[in-house]
Design a protein around this ligand. Structure first.
Ligand code: HEM
Length: 252
């Protein structure tokens, strides 16, 4: 096949002709290569591009125009997150954070969980003034996220919150010694602390991975002492949710 192609000999007629014949030879070599392999690199690129386009189109259709990547949203595809990454975190003291509770329409709405501040401005119906969860904004109310006591526990102080996962001792005659009871209590308190951590992690993850919310920074310690820290008793609603030893026994 290639011998059928006319190769123009290089002459001293000028560099233009020389260049022309070089291009021709290059094209011939490419054509030869294509003939010998059957599929070129360009073909492979075309196939891959078509598959990517088809996948994006299908994902867009199946996810109701929500995502081109089957719901996968890496952080660099979200502009507010990229902006925070470029401009640096917005770290605020509790009193600074209190300004971001939705009452100033010129400021974004922030809430904090476990010291991480999240922008929840995308959902003013829930977090804006009059919204059902407006009380969470402008503060770190991690304790309320655990106990569900939205009036008493709007604080970051978690000390004693684990009690809500420790069983109420409502069985008088158990047939175990005081030492055994003490060991059991210690084990249950350890488990209860893990349960608190898990609940906090779950809520922090909820805001961090939410498609509309994003983390802006951390709450700074302003040195103001919380006089109630460590002294808070378990709120009424959390007390009523505690498991009962009698019911645990019945289950086992
Ligand atoms: C520990 C207890 C609870 C916590 C920490 C909590 C927290 C939250 C948060 C943060 C949201 C907003 C989610 C978002 O940004 O999309 C929400 C939404 C919602 N929660 Fe709760 N919740 C709790 C218990 C309850 C209970 C017991 C109910 C039902 C009686 C409830 C009903 C709702 C409803 C209906 C919404 C949707 C938003 C709305 O219509 O206001 N939650 N919850």
């Amino acid at each position: 096949m290639s011998e059928l192609r006319q190769r123009q000999p290089a002459t001293s007629a000028g560099s233009n002709r020389n260049a022309e014949s070089k291009t021709q030879r290059r094209q011939e070599r490419r054509a030869d290569a294509e003939e010998s392999h059957g599929i070129s690199t360009l073909d492979i690129i075309r196939i891959i591009a078509t598959l990517i386009l088809a996948s994006c189109g299908l994902s867009y259709y199946i996810t109701n125009s929500e995502s081109l990547l089957w719901g996968y949203r890496p952080w660099f595809t979200r502009w507010p997150v990229v902006k925070t990454y470029l401009t640096g975190p917005i770290n605020l003291t509790p009193s600074e954070l209190s300004l971001y509770n939705g009452s100033d329409p010129n400021l974004p709405i922030y809430l904090a969980v476990n010291g991480s501040i999240f922008d929840v401005s995308a959902n003013p119906a829930i977090y804006g003034p009059g919204g059902s969860y407006n009380f969470f904004t402008g503060r770190d109310a991690t304790r309320a996220f655990v106990t569900g006591c939205f009036k008493d526990d709007l604080t970051a102080d978690l000390i004693g919150a684990e009690e809500m996962f420790v069983p109420v001792e409502d069985v008088e005659q158990e047939g175990i010694t005081n030492a055994q009871r003490k060991i059991r209590r210690e084990k249950e308190v350890r488990l209860a602390r893990t349960a608190v951590e898990k609940t906090v992690d779950r809520w922090e993850g909820f805001f961090r991975n939410h498609k509309k919310y994003f983390q802006v920074g951390r709450v700074l310690d302003d040195g103001v002492v919380d006089a109630e820290k460590g002294k808070r008793v378990l709120c009424e609603s959390a007390r009523t949710q505690r498991p009962k030893r009698s019911e645990m026994k019945e289950q086992s």
